[in-house]
Write a protein that binds this ligand. Structure first.
Ligand SMILES: Nc1nc2c(ncn2[C@@H]2O[C@H](COP(=O)(O)OP(=O)(O)OP(=O)(O)O)[C@@H](O)[C@H]2O)c(=O)[nH]1
Ligand SMILES: [K+]
Ligand SMILES: [Mg+2]
Length: 368
Protein backbone atom coordinates (compact mmCIF):
# COMPACT_ATOMS: atom_id res chain seq x y z
CA UNK A 1 0.00 0.00 0.00
CA UNK A 2 1.31 3.46 -0.83
CA UNK A 3 1.60 5.41 2.38
CA UNK A 4 -0.13 8.72 3.00
CA UNK A 5 3.01 10.83 2.69
CA UNK A 6 3.67 9.37 -0.76
CA UNK A 7 0.09 9.99 -1.83
CA UNK A 8 0.37 13.59 -0.65
CA UNK A 9 3.55 14.01 -2.66
CA UNK A 10 1.90 12.59 -5.76
CA UNK A 11 -0.96 15.05 -5.53
CA UNK A 12 1.37 17.97 -4.83
CA UNK A 13 3.43 17.02 -7.89
CA UNK A 14 0.34 16.76 -10.05
CA UNK A 15 -0.81 20.17 -8.85
CA UNK A 16 2.55 21.68 -9.71
CA UNK A 17 2.45 20.12 -13.20
CA UNK A 18 -1.08 21.28 -13.90
CA UNK A 19 -1.29 24.65 -15.58
CA UNK A 20 -3.74 26.99 -13.96
CA UNK A 21 -6.48 28.02 -16.35
CA UNK A 22 -10.25 27.96 -16.76
CA UNK A 23 -10.20 24.40 -18.12
CA UNK A 24 -8.17 22.92 -15.25
CA UNK A 25 -9.64 24.76 -12.31
CA UNK A 26 -12.26 22.07 -11.58
CA UNK A 27 -9.60 19.40 -11.58
CA UNK A 28 -7.32 21.52 -9.37
CA UNK A 29 -10.20 22.11 -6.95
CA UNK A 30 -10.70 18.36 -6.64
CA UNK A 31 -6.99 17.77 -6.06
CA UNK A 32 -7.00 20.40 -3.31
CA UNK A 33 -9.92 18.63 -1.66
CA UNK A 34 -8.13 15.27 -1.76
CA UNK A 35 -4.95 16.83 -0.41
CA UNK A 36 -6.80 18.37 2.55
CA UNK A 37 -8.30 14.97 3.38
CA UNK A 38 -4.96 13.16 3.24
CA UNK A 39 -3.25 15.78 5.37
CA UNK A 40 -5.92 15.41 8.02
CA UNK A 41 -5.40 11.62 7.95
CA UNK A 42 -1.70 12.12 8.42
CA UNK A 43 -2.33 14.00 11.65
CA UNK A 44 -4.67 11.42 13.12
CA UNK A 45 -3.04 9.67 16.05
CA UNK A 46 -1.94 6.15 15.22
CA UNK A 47 -1.78 3.46 17.89
CA UNK A 48 -1.60 4.40 21.55
CA UNK A 49 -0.43 7.54 23.30
CA UNK A 50 3.06 8.80 22.56
CA UNK A 51 3.21 7.10 19.19
CA UNK A 52 3.83 10.29 17.29
CA UNK A 53 0.58 10.90 15.43
CA UNK A 54 -0.93 14.27 16.20
CA UNK A 55 0.01 14.38 19.86
CA UNK A 56 1.83 17.42 21.18
CA UNK A 57 4.09 17.60 24.20
CA UNK A 58 2.89 16.71 27.63
CA UNK A 59 2.63 20.23 29.06
CA UNK A 60 -0.66 21.22 30.61
CA UNK A 61 -2.14 24.60 29.91
CA UNK A 62 -1.95 27.07 32.74
CA UNK A 63 -2.62 30.75 33.31
CA UNK A 64 -4.90 33.00 31.31
CA UNK A 65 -3.57 32.23 27.82
CA UNK A 66 -0.93 30.23 25.96
CA UNK A 67 1.63 31.60 23.50
CA UNK A 68 3.75 29.23 21.37
CA UNK A 69 7.23 30.16 20.13
CA UNK A 70 7.58 28.65 16.67
CA UNK A 71 10.57 28.98 14.37
CA UNK A 72 13.55 27.42 12.64
CA UNK A 73 16.44 26.25 14.84
CA UNK A 74 18.69 28.85 16.48
CA UNK A 75 16.57 31.91 15.79
CA UNK A 76 16.60 32.75 19.52
CA UNK A 77 13.38 31.20 20.87
CA UNK A 78 14.96 29.95 24.09
CA UNK A 79 16.95 33.15 24.57
CA UNK A 80 13.66 35.06 24.36
CA UNK A 81 11.87 32.77 26.83
CA UNK A 82 14.68 33.16 29.35
CA UNK A 83 14.50 36.93 28.93
CA UNK A 84 10.80 37.43 29.53
CA UNK A 85 10.08 34.72 32.13
CA UNK A 86 11.84 33.34 35.20
CA UNK A 87 12.36 30.02 33.40
CA UNK A 88 15.80 29.32 32.01
CA UNK A 89 15.76 27.44 28.74
CA UNK A 90 19.12 26.39 27.38
CA UNK A 91 20.36 28.48 24.45
CA UNK A 92 23.35 27.70 22.26
CA UNK A 93 24.67 28.35 18.79
CA UNK A 94 23.94 24.84 17.47
CA UNK A 95 20.60 23.69 15.98
CA UNK A 96 18.11 21.66 18.04
CA UNK A 97 19.38 22.81 21.41
CA UNK A 98 15.81 22.58 22.68
CA UNK A 99 14.38 19.07 22.40
CA UNK A 100 11.07 19.38 24.19
CA UNK A 101 8.46 21.97 25.16
CA UNK A 102 9.61 24.28 27.95
CA UNK A 103 6.86 26.35 29.59
CA UNK A 104 7.49 29.70 31.25
CA UNK A 105 5.15 32.25 32.78
CA UNK A 106 4.99 35.86 31.64
CA UNK A 107 3.34 38.17 34.13
CA UNK A 108 1.75 41.15 32.48
CA UNK A 109 -1.08 43.51 33.37
CA UNK A 110 -2.16 41.21 36.20
CA UNK A 111 -2.36 38.25 33.83
CA UNK A 112 -0.30 35.10 33.77
CA UNK A 113 0.54 34.12 30.23
CA UNK A 114 2.06 30.72 29.53
CA UNK A 115 4.90 30.96 27.03
CA UNK A 116 5.88 27.69 25.39
CA UNK A 117 9.43 27.41 24.11
CA UNK A 118 9.49 24.68 21.44
CA UNK A 119 12.13 22.77 19.48
CA UNK A 120 13.05 24.35 16.17
CA UNK A 121 11.20 23.07 13.13
CA UNK A 122 12.44 22.55 9.60
CA UNK A 123 10.91 22.25 6.17
CA UNK A 124 8.83 19.08 5.97
CA UNK A 125 7.83 19.37 9.63
CA UNK A 126 4.14 18.90 8.83
CA UNK A 127 4.98 15.54 7.29
CA UNK A 128 6.81 14.46 10.39
CA UNK A 129 10.39 15.62 9.87
CA UNK A 130 12.21 16.04 13.16
CA UNK A 131 9.88 16.85 16.02
CA UNK A 132 7.88 18.86 13.53
CA UNK A 133 4.51 17.32 13.99
CA UNK A 134 4.70 17.46 17.77
CA UNK A 135 5.76 21.09 17.66
CA UNK A 136 2.92 21.97 15.33
CA UNK A 137 0.40 20.13 17.49
CA UNK A 138 1.57 22.18 20.47
CA UNK A 139 1.26 25.36 18.41
CA UNK A 140 -2.28 24.37 17.51
CA UNK A 141 -3.29 24.50 21.17
CA UNK A 142 -2.08 28.07 21.63
CA UNK A 143 -4.01 31.33 21.69
CA UNK A 144 -1.24 33.15 19.86
CA UNK A 145 1.68 31.98 17.76
CA UNK A 146 4.87 33.98 18.00
CA UNK A 147 6.75 33.16 14.84
CA UNK A 148 10.36 33.92 15.71
CA UNK A 149 12.46 34.70 12.63
CA UNK A 150 16.14 35.44 12.20
CA UNK A 151 16.50 38.88 10.64
CA UNK A 152 19.84 37.87 9.15
CA UNK A 153 18.41 34.87 7.27
CA UNK A 154 16.70 34.78 3.89
CA UNK A 155 13.19 36.17 3.62
CA UNK A 156 11.76 32.81 2.45
CA UNK A 157 11.94 31.40 5.97
CA UNK A 158 8.66 33.04 6.85
CA UNK A 159 6.75 31.63 3.86
CA UNK A 160 8.24 28.17 4.46
CA UNK A 161 7.03 28.13 8.05
CA UNK A 162 3.63 29.44 7.06
CA UNK A 163 3.30 26.63 4.53
CA UNK A 164 4.13 24.05 7.21
CA UNK A 165 1.48 25.44 9.56
CA UNK A 166 -1.01 25.78 6.74
CA UNK A 167 -0.54 22.11 5.82
CA UNK A 168 -1.78 21.02 9.24
CA UNK A 169 -4.81 23.27 9.16
CA UNK A 170 -3.55 26.29 11.10
CA UNK A 171 -4.81 29.53 9.57
CA UNK A 172 -2.91 32.61 10.70
CA UNK A 173 -4.53 36.01 11.21
CA UNK A 174 -7.60 34.88 9.28
CA UNK A 175 -11.26 34.67 10.12
CA UNK A 176 -13.19 31.51 9.27
CA UNK A 177 -14.62 31.81 5.72
CA UNK A 178 -18.04 33.38 5.48
CA UNK A 179 -19.67 30.29 4.00
CA UNK A 180 -22.57 28.42 5.55
CA UNK A 181 -22.62 24.64 5.10
CA UNK A 182 -25.24 22.35 6.57
CA UNK A 183 -25.04 18.65 5.89
CA UNK A 184 -28.42 16.97 5.63
CA UNK A 185 -29.87 13.46 5.43
CA UNK A 186 -31.82 13.94 2.19
CA UNK A 187 -32.95 16.53 -0.33
CA UNK A 188 -29.87 16.77 -2.54
CA UNK A 189 -27.54 19.77 -2.81
CA UNK A 190 -28.72 23.32 -2.61
CA UNK A 191 -25.99 25.81 -3.44
CA UNK A 192 -26.67 29.54 -3.22
CA UNK A 193 -24.41 32.55 -3.76
CA UNK A 194 -25.36 35.75 -2.00
CA UNK A 195 -23.51 37.80 -4.64
CA UNK A 196 -21.92 36.76 -7.95
CA UNK A 197 -18.78 34.84 -6.90
CA UNK A 198 -15.42 35.86 -8.33
CA UNK A 199 -13.54 32.60 -7.93
CA UNK A 200 -16.22 29.92 -7.49
CA UNK A 201 -19.13 28.44 -9.33
CA UNK A 202 -21.75 25.83 -8.57
CA UNK A 203 -20.06 23.06 -10.51
CA UNK A 204 -16.81 23.52 -8.62
CA UNK A 205 -18.50 23.20 -5.24
CA UNK A 206 -20.63 20.32 -6.49
CA UNK A 207 -17.56 18.36 -7.61
CA UNK A 208 -15.73 18.80 -4.33
CA UNK A 209 -18.78 17.96 -2.23
CA UNK A 210 -19.36 14.78 -4.25
CA UNK A 211 -15.72 13.83 -3.78
CA UNK A 212 -16.28 14.20 -0.02
CA UNK A 213 -19.43 12.05 -0.39
CA UNK A 214 -21.56 14.93 0.81
CA UNK A 215 -24.59 14.58 -1.43
CA UNK A 216 -27.26 16.24 0.67
CA UNK A 217 -26.53 19.67 1.99
CA UNK A 218 -27.27 23.36 1.97
CA UNK A 219 -24.54 25.85 1.04
CA UNK A 220 -24.74 29.61 1.25
CA UNK A 221 -21.64 31.50 0.08
CA UNK A 222 -21.84 34.92 1.69
CA UNK A 223 -18.43 36.20 0.58
CA UNK A 224 -18.06 36.97 -3.12
CA UNK A 225 -14.25 36.66 -2.82
CA UNK A 226 -14.34 33.15 -1.33
CA UNK A 227 -12.03 30.61 -2.99
CA UNK A 228 -12.13 26.84 -3.31
CA UNK A 229 -9.54 26.69 -0.50
CA UNK A 230 -11.96 28.58 1.74
CA UNK A 231 -14.72 26.16 0.83
CA UNK A 232 -12.54 23.13 1.64
CA UNK A 233 -11.69 24.77 4.98
CA UNK A 234 -15.40 24.93 5.74
CA UNK A 235 -15.90 21.25 4.89
CA UNK A 236 -12.86 20.38 7.03
CA UNK A 237 -13.75 22.78 9.81
CA UNK A 238 -13.09 20.26 12.58
CA UNK A 239 -9.46 20.14 11.45
CA UNK A 240 -8.98 23.89 11.10
CA UNK A 241 -7.71 26.30 13.73
CA UNK A 242 -7.77 30.07 13.30
CA UNK A 243 -4.94 31.52 15.37
CA UNK A 244 -3.47 34.98 15.59
CA UNK A 245 0.21 35.24 14.76
CA UNK A 246 2.83 37.86 15.52
CA UNK A 247 5.97 37.70 13.37
CA UNK A 248 9.01 38.61 15.46
CA UNK A 249 12.36 39.23 13.77
CA UNK A 250 15.19 38.66 16.27
CA UNK A 251 18.91 39.50 15.92
CA UNK A 252 18.32 42.97 14.48
CA UNK A 253 21.72 43.87 15.94
CA UNK A 254 23.17 42.22 12.84
CA UNK A 255 21.23 43.90 10.01
CA UNK A 256 21.33 47.34 8.40
CA UNK A 257 19.02 50.08 9.61
CA UNK A 258 17.48 50.28 6.18
CA UNK A 259 16.53 46.61 6.17
CA UNK A 260 15.30 46.86 9.74
CA UNK A 261 12.99 49.70 8.78
CA UNK A 262 11.60 47.60 5.95
CA UNK A 263 10.92 44.60 8.23
CA UNK A 264 9.26 46.70 10.90
CA UNK A 265 6.70 47.99 8.42
CA UNK A 266 5.31 44.57 7.56
CA UNK A 267 1.88 43.78 9.03
CA UNK A 268 1.67 41.80 12.30
CA UNK A 269 5.42 42.24 12.70
CA UNK A 270 7.77 43.26 15.52
CA UNK A 271 11.56 43.44 15.60
CA UNK A 272 13.99 42.85 18.48
CA UNK A 273 17.46 41.92 19.59
CA UNK A 274 17.54 39.66 22.62
CA UNK A 275 21.28 40.09 22.77
CA UNK A 276 21.23 43.90 22.98
CA UNK A 277 17.90 43.94 24.82
CA UNK A 278 16.32 46.05 22.06
CA UNK A 279 12.58 45.92 21.42
CA UNK A 280 11.98 43.00 23.79
CA UNK A 281 9.59 44.91 26.04
CA UNK A 282 7.71 46.13 22.96
CA UNK A 283 7.24 42.52 21.88
CA UNK A 284 5.80 41.73 25.31
CA UNK A 285 3.34 44.60 24.92
CA UNK A 286 2.37 43.36 21.47
CA UNK A 287 1.76 39.87 22.90
CA UNK A 288 -0.64 41.37 25.41
CA UNK A 289 -2.42 43.33 22.68
CA UNK A 290 -2.68 40.42 20.26
CA UNK A 291 -4.09 38.12 22.95
CA UNK A 292 -7.01 40.51 23.30
CA UNK A 293 -7.39 39.93 27.01
CA UNK A 294 -9.19 42.34 29.29
CA UNK A 295 -8.68 43.28 32.93
CA UNK A 296 -11.74 43.64 35.13
CA UNK A 297 -11.87 44.70 38.76
CA UNK A 298 -14.43 43.38 41.17
CA UNK A 299 -16.16 45.32 43.89
CA UNK A 300 -18.17 44.18 46.87
CA UNK A 301 -21.32 46.11 47.72
CA UNK A 302 -20.51 49.19 49.81
CA UNK A 303 -16.75 48.76 49.44
CA UNK A 304 -14.16 50.33 47.15
CA UNK A 305 -13.10 48.26 44.12
CA UNK A 306 -10.16 45.90 44.52
CA UNK A 307 -7.61 47.26 42.05
CA UNK A 308 -4.83 45.06 43.42
CA UNK A 309 -6.00 41.98 41.58
CA UNK A 310 -7.46 41.96 38.09
CA UNK A 311 -9.79 39.32 36.75
CA UNK A 312 -8.60 38.33 33.28
CA UNK A 313 -11.20 37.58 30.62
CA UNK A 314 -11.26 37.31 26.86
CA UNK A 315 -12.40 40.12 24.63
CA UNK A 316 -16.18 40.24 24.08
CA UNK A 317 -16.80 38.42 27.34
CA UNK A 318 -20.19 38.79 28.96
CA UNK A 319 -21.17 39.00 32.63
CA UNK A 320 -21.96 35.29 32.29
CA UNK A 321 -18.32 34.58 31.35
CA UNK A 322 -17.22 36.75 34.27
CA UNK A 323 -19.37 34.71 36.67
CA UNK A 324 -17.91 31.46 35.29
CA UNK A 325 -14.44 32.82 35.80
CA UNK A 326 -15.10 33.71 39.44
CA UNK A 327 -16.87 30.52 40.45
CA UNK A 328 -18.43 27.55 38.74
CA UNK A 329 -21.80 27.92 40.46
CA UNK A 330 -22.03 31.71 40.77
CA UNK A 331 -24.40 31.90 37.80
CA UNK A 332 -27.02 29.89 39.65
CA UNK A 333 -27.44 32.49 42.39
CA UNK A 334 -26.89 35.50 40.11
CA UNK A 335 -29.47 38.29 40.49
CA UNK A 336 -27.90 41.24 38.63
CA UNK A 337 -24.57 43.03 38.21
CA UNK A 338 -23.55 46.67 38.55
CA UNK A 339 -20.98 47.92 36.05
CA UNK A 340 -18.77 51.01 36.12
CA UNK A 341 -16.60 51.82 33.10
CA UNK A 342 -16.55 51.95 29.31
CA UNK A 343 -19.23 49.31 28.76
CA UNK A 344 -21.79 51.06 30.99
CA UNK A 345 -24.33 53.36 29.32
CA UNK A 346 -24.62 55.31 32.55
CA UNK A 347 -22.53 54.81 35.66
CA UNK A 348 -23.19 52.51 37.33
CA UNK A 349 -25.41 50.47 35.04
CA UNK A 350 -27.48 47.57 36.33
CA UNK A 351 -27.08 44.68 33.85
CA UNK A 352 -27.92 41.02 33.28
CA UNK A 353 -25.85 37.98 32.27
CA UNK A 354 -25.74 38.88 28.56
CA UNK A 355 -24.08 42.30 29.03
CA UNK A 356 -20.70 42.57 27.27
CA UNK A 357 -17.95 44.07 29.44
CA UNK A 358 -15.04 46.31 28.40
CA UNK A 359 -11.37 46.50 29.43
CA UNK A 360 -10.88 47.89 32.95
CA UNK A 361 -14.55 47.84 33.88
CA UNK A 362 -15.42 47.51 37.54
CA UNK A 363 -18.02 44.82 38.16
CA UNK A 364 -20.09 44.04 41.21
CA UNK A 365 -22.11 40.81 41.15
CA UNK A 366 -25.25 40.75 43.27
CA UNK A 367 -26.47 37.29 44.23
CA UNK A 368 -29.95 36.17 45.25
N1 LIG B 1 23.33 38.26 17.30
C1 LIG B 1 22.34 37.77 18.06
N2 LIG B 1 22.38 36.52 18.47
C2 LIG B 1 21.36 36.05 19.24
C3 LIG B 1 20.28 36.88 19.61
N3 LIG B 1 19.42 36.15 20.35
C4 LIG B 1 19.94 34.92 20.44
N4 LIG B 1 21.13 34.85 19.79
C5 LIG B 1 22.01 33.68 19.66
O1 LIG B 1 21.45 32.74 18.77
C6 LIG B 1 21.81 31.41 19.13
C7 LIG B 1 20.61 30.52 19.21
O2 LIG B 1 19.80 30.90 20.30
P1 LIG B 1 18.74 29.92 20.95
O3 LIG B 1 17.98 30.71 21.95
O4 LIG B 1 19.38 28.67 21.39
O5 LIG B 1 17.83 29.62 19.69
P2 LIG B 1 16.58 28.61 19.57
O6 LIG B 1 15.69 29.20 18.56
O7 LIG B 1 16.02 28.32 20.91
O8 LIG B 1 17.29 27.32 18.98
P3 LIG B 1 16.82 25.77 18.99
O9 LIG B 1 16.34 25.42 20.36
O10 LIG B 1 18.04 25.03 18.62
O11 LIG B 1 15.74 25.66 17.98
C8 LIG B 1 22.57 31.53 20.46
O12 LIG B 1 23.95 31.46 20.20
C9 LIG B 1 22.17 32.92 20.97
O13 LIG B 1 23.17 33.50 21.78
C10 LIG B 1 20.28 38.23 19.14
O14 LIG B 1 19.39 39.04 19.42
N5 LIG B 1 21.34 38.61 18.36
K1 LIG C 1 20.05 26.82 19.27
MG1 LIG D 1 15.75 26.58 21.88
Amino acid sequence: MVNITEKIKEIEDEMRRTQKNKATEYHLGLLKGKLARLRAQLLEPVGGAGSGGGAGFDVSKSGDARVALVGFPSVGKSTFLSKITKTKSEAASYSFTTLTAIPGVLEYGGAEIQILDLPGIIEGASEGKGRGRQVISAAKTSDLILMILDATKRAEQRALLEAELDAVGIRLNKEPPNIYLKIKKAGGMKITFQAPPKYLDEKMLYNVLRDYKILNCEVLVRDELATIDDFIDVIMKDHRKYIRCLYVYNKIDSVSLEFLDQLAREPYTAVMSCELDLGVQEVVERIWKELRLMRLYTKRKGEVPDFSEALIVRRDSTIEDVCDQIHRTLKETFKYAMVWGASARHVPQRVGLSHTVADEDVVSIVAK
